[in-house]
Design a binder for this molecule. Structure first.
Ligand code: PLP
Length: 403
């Protein structure tokens, strides 16, 4: 069967060049990068090259890059590293009240890696403001300024949203943070490799990256930590990564992340316009072929590869399954929340009703998406919508009421 993958925001395949670069570190060059013998030093050198490559992708200095196990760890490290709260919850009934009051500002459309970490910090006495977003999924920088308090210690607002692709006004938010001397973290897991990132222009102090959204493997990521940022360590152990992140380094994974960062940096200017042209073609084609659809967050600047479409009268999960049976992979909401009955928190945050949120699907394109795959999508999606709408009592009622 023809299989088309339009779920690159959930994860990407490892780039063949990245895989080739990684392979020796599983076998011939397997040494521990902390060992002082020459094989160990070769592993160390490979890690340091990767650090330079990752730094170059975001305009940072190599010593400002800490390798982690992925986006979730990087987000947690930023939040728990800046506040007095602990990643491990205190025993039930024992309140570890923070000696000084602390406040975090975040947004309702963040990934669970940020939202749930903030909620855990809240249970330990840190207060958190969850800023609302507009209909396109954007945080108004003015609203950030309005909730700043003397005890605000961290602003954490994502760069691009995983479900909508909406890109936030980070430069403005970053300069507000700088003006008030508040640490600014951004989750750039979904923007890295898709749009340019310059940590200095964005005024960020902390930035999270994840390998598997960037054509590197799963289980590796990075946290940018601006020099001078006071960040507590999340894990305790050896002295790896200058104490920031103990644990024997995942050399192959880190080499993969470095290689992927370099490819992303070199291909950004050619890859992004190609992918956005295909994404726009998909959107226009669907609009021509299907009545009563709309793009969620379609009026804001978005990452070039993402579109989130609402199909009136459709159950999103049923449609994902029907499309999968026809060979097209896409998703409802975030990958981690699929299977859950609750509608996406991002879609309800932009003002969609539960029903509208549940009738929305995300299509995310990638490096390997081709014209013929988009042609295939434009055949199967309209046919599937027509089939499901014919079976939908709510859609038939709606259609009848328009007659
Ligand atoms: N942040 C965002 C915006 C994401 O989309 C994801 C993954 O879906 C994560 C964080 C978590 O990253 P990881 O899967 O590397 O832990």
């Amino acid at each position: 069967m023809n299989r088309v993958y339009l779920d690159y925001n959930a994860t990407t395949p490892v780039d063949p060049q990245v895989l080739d670069a990684m392979l020796p570190y599983f076998s011939a060059d397997f040494a521990n990068a902390s060992s002082i013998h020459s094989p160990g030093q070769r592993a160390r050198a490979a890690i340091e090259t990767a650090r330079e490559q990752v730094a170059a992708l975001i305009g940072a200095r190599p010593q400002e890059i800490v390798f982690t196990s992925g986006g979730t760890e990087s987000d947690n490290h930023a939040i728990f590293g800046v506040t007095n709260s602990q990643v491990v919850q205190p025993i039930l009934g024992v309140h570890s009240s923070s000696p000084t009051p602390q406040h975090i500002i975040t947004a309702t459309i963040e990934h669970e890696a940020v939202l749930n970490a903030c909620q855990a910090a809240e249970r330990q006495g840190v207060s958190v403001s969850y800023l609302p977003v507009d209909h396109e999924g954007r945080v108004d920088p003015k609203s950030v300024r309005e909730v700043i308090r003397p005890e605000t210690i961290l602003i954490t607002i994502m760069h691009a949203n995983n479900e909508l692709g909406t890109v936030q006004l980070l430069e403005e938010i970053g300069s507000i943070a700088k003006e008030h001397k508040i640490y600014f973290h951004t989750d750039a897991v979904q923007s890295a490799g898709k749009i340019p990132i310059d940590v200095k222009a964005l005024n960020v102090d902390l930035l999270s990256l994840s390998g598997h959204k960037l054509y590197a493997p799963k289980g590796v990521g990075a946290l940018y930590v601006r020099s001078g940022t006071r960040l507590r360590q999340l894990l305790y152990g050896g002295h790896h990564q200058r104490g920031h992140r103990p644990g024997t380094e995942n050399v192959a994974g880190i080499v993969g992340l470095g290689g992927a960062a370099e490819i992303a940096r070199n291909s950004l200017s050619s890859g992004a316009p190609r992918v956005s042209a295909l994404r726009d073609q998909l959107e226009h084609g669907l609009f021509e072929r299907i009545p009563q659809i709309r793009v969620n967050g379609g009026h804001a600047p978005r990452t070039p590869n993402t579109t989130n479409i609402q199909f009136a009268g459709i159950d999103g999960e049923a449609m994902v399954i029907a499309l999968d049976l026809k060979g097209l992979a896409c998703s409802v909401g975030a990958a981690c929340s699929s299977g859950a009955v609750e509608p996406s928190h991002v879609l309800t945050a932009i003002g969609l009703s539960q029903e509208e949120a549940k009738s929305s699907l995300r299509f995310s394109l990638g490096h390997h998406t081709t014209q013929s795959e988009i042609d295939f999508a434009l055949e199967v999606i309209p046919a599937t919508v027509a089939q499901l709408r014919a079976l939908s009592p709510t859609y038939r009622k709606e259609a009848a009421s328009h007659v």
